[in-house]
Design a protein around this ligand. Structure first.
Ligand code: 57M
Length: 359
């Protein structure tokens, strides 16, 4: 809204010209979201405590987690609120991709909210039945992917990292791939969210990376120079990414070890769903597996653990899956696991950015 209100004034006052620049607005979107988290965070945490929306803890987990019982959850509401307000303030709202991404964030956030709410009212860790939750996620992702497929000019080719000439055109199969990416990303972030700051740290590096890719994909000159697909309008998504980075850092302020609040499924699903949508919109679909390498490793650890458990009649590869539990049970202190996973996520982001040149 600030863009729409203030940029037109540049004809009279030239300094309002600055509102035209995506870089300027992305930075201020981050600052706005961060400040919103600082201002509202303490109030929200108090409210969640008063309402006794505290975490129920599974008793089969690492013992260190039993002390976390009662930590307020659903802190993801703060992230969603800050991102929505900041995006509405700073983005060019005539760009449909902005609405699509915000819609996915809110839709997945709603599914997560209902799940958290059910866990809280039933005082157990079951929540909404898995199949119902998955069906709702698929419905939203399918809807968004179909809109894109029907949009004239939206390419159904897939960008393969490291191979600039390999651009398979999936046709309608692209709808299935996009749906898989969005739903997969949401659940991968959700699985990772098991230690203080463990999900939000890599989420910040992922959204920072996609901020760059959105900016590049939306600029004809840079896109052609870097030989990445040009998608008109995606530059504005850099503002959404900036808002998530700011909100993520603001949330981390309270979620850092020892956490005062957890993001809940409302936070994890909305972050993951919108991250998957960004990968699709910027036409850097497969790259998400590198950018979000931590989320992929965590998910793979669960798939292999469960698979091997079934094949081998009860044997395990890891002491416990997802992967972060394995290191905890090996005796690593929680903050050590968290910070080391952050470091690896930075490494993944750097490798992902290097694909701009390595091909
Ligand atoms: C979410 N969430 C936490 C919090 C957070 C298929 C299976 C592997 C699924 C997996 C699972 O349920 N994962 C989903 C993991 C939970 O956190 C809440 O959930 C929200 C995110 N969805 O925001 O509201 C707990 O995580 C801890 N936590 C923190 N700090 C944070 O900032 O410490 C969360 C956020 C919180 C808190 O303790 O209560 C969770 O883990 O439940 N299941 C598992 O992860 C289980 N693994 C398992 O069963 N492994 C078996 C299988 C694969 C064969 C094995 O390896 O043998 C473990 N989960 C737990 N305990 N809690 C088992 C032990």
């Amino acid at each position: 809204m600030l863009f729409h209100l203030l940029y037109p004034l540049h004809t009279t006052y030239s300094y309002f010209n600055v509102f035209r620049y995506i870089t300027f607005r992305a930075i201020y979107a981050a600052i706005t979201a961060l400040v919103i988290c600082f201002v509202i965070g303490p109030w929200l945490i108090r409210k969640l405590q008063e309402l006794q929306i505290g975490q129920t803890i599974r008793e089969d987990g690492p013992n260190s987690h039993l002390t976390k019982k009662g930590t307020p959850t659903m802190g993801g509401i703060l992230i969603i609120f800050a991102v929505t307000i900041s995006t509405l303030l700073w983005a060019n709202l005539t760009v449909g991709y902005i609405w699509l991404t915000v819609m996915v964030m809110l839709g997945f956030g709603l599914i997560g909210f209902l799940d958290d709410y059910r866990k809280f009212t039933q005082q157990n860790s079951r929540g909404v039945p898995g199949k119902v939750r998955l069906a709702a996620e698929v419905a939203i992702a399918l809807f968004v992917s179909t809109i894109l497929f029907l949009k004239p000019g939206f390419s159904t080719t897939v960008t393969v990292p490291f191979f600039k000439t390999v651009l398979p055109d999936l046709g309608w199969g692209y709808v299935l791939l996009a749906t898989f990416i969005i739903v997969g990303a949401a659940n991968a972030v959700n699985l990772t969210d098991g230690l203080d700051g463990l999900a939000i740290g890599p989420a910040i590096t992922c959204f920072m990376t996609y901020l760059l890719f959105a900016y590049f994909a939306g600029n004809t000159k840079i896109a052609s120079y870097l030989q990445v697909p040009y998608v008109a309008g995606t530059g504005e998504l850099a503002i959404f990414c900036g808002a998530v980075v700011g909100a993520g850092i603001g949330f981390l302020w309270y979620n850092a070890y020892p956490a005062q609040v957890f993001m809940g499924d409302v936070g994890a699903l909305s972050l993951g769903g919108s991250l998957g949508t960004l990968a699709v919109l910027t036409k850097q679909e497969i790259l998400l597996a590198i950018v979000g390498g931590i989320f992929v490793l965590e998910t793979a650890s669960v798939i292999f653990q469960v698979g091997w458990f079934k094949i081998s009649n009860g044997k395990r590869i890891f002491r416990m899956a997802p992967l972060h539990h394995h290191f905890e049970l090996k005796g690593w202190a929680e903050p050590k696991v968290i910070v080391r996973f952050w470091i690896i996520s930075i490494l993944f982001a750097l490798v992902a950015i290097s694909t701009l040149k390595l091909r």
